[in-house]
Design a binder for this molecule. Sequence first.
Ligand SMILES: Cc1cc2nc3c(=O)[nH]c(=O)nc-3n(C[C@H](O)[C@H](O)[C@H](O)COP(=O)(O)OP(=O)(O)OC[C@H]3O[C@@H](n4cnc5c(N)ncnc54)[C@H](O)[C@@H]3O)c2cc1C
Length: 231
Amino acid sequence: MVKQPVVSIIAHTPEPERVVAAAARNCYSDTGPTALLEGLDRETAESFLQKIASLGHESVLEHASFTFSLENVSRALLAEITRHRIASFSVKSQRYVRETGFSHILPPTVQENDEALAVFDRAMEAAGEAYRALLELGIPPEDARFVLPNACCTHIVVTMNARELLHFFRLRCCNRAQWEIRSVASEMLRLARNAAPALFCKAGPSCVWGACGEGRMSCGRQDAVRERYRV
Ligand SMILES: Cc1cc2nc3c(=O)[nH]c(=O)nc-3n(C[C@H](O)[C@H](O)[C@H](O)COP(=O)(O)OP(=O)(O)OC[C@H]3O[C@@H](n4cnc5c(N)ncnc54)[C@H](O)[C@@H]3O)c2cc1C
């Protein structure tokens, strides 16, 4: 069965902007972090965050964490997102959860091409049949799963701090990123901005607020990208 990804924030540091601003103020004050936090209203916190961003004082962003649920994403996306080493992951196990009747992600290029779609559907069916046949022969799920495709759906819980999220958004919201992770990253950015607008107001691919980091590989569509991501 074809599935669509569902991205949501399931938890984050309470009042992430005030926490980050208090941590930053603590570097320049003798008052103590608890009193600094108590005396910090939202407006002051936001103006302090702008100052931090202009100074490049990014380590204080590590005090705010965001946990996302990524449901119905492909194992291909799993391979890409888990390259981000500063993040924490929990992933549906193919050792403990059987994939009989597995769901899959359908790439748009395949969906738009009837012949390709027929080839793709046959491949999904054959993989499912082979998987079930191996289980019936007594092969354990951890070995039977070797015949499953990259398209196979999984569910991921991922936690990143705000500094890592900004880095992740720079790389994965970029037009050069692969379409599925780009779409998931863009939705994560939208949700993170709702939760903490001042922390993520300048988030997005590097070209949104500066130069494109892709050099000769640039998509050349910076104006459209800026329009999409600037708030
Ligand atoms: C468009 C695109 C194409 C890609 N193509 C390929 C590909 O063909 N093949 C491939 O293998 N990968 C590919 N990747 C993955 C890429 O190489 C990175 O593994 C991935 O983007 C994670 O980036 P990162 O290491 O900066 O992030 P993270 O692991 O999240 O790390 C964040 C930052 O922490 C620092 N850091 C983390 N760990 C260390 C460390 N051990 N030592 C020093 N500093 C560290 C670095 O500054 C790093 O940028 C691609 C990524 C993109 C966006």
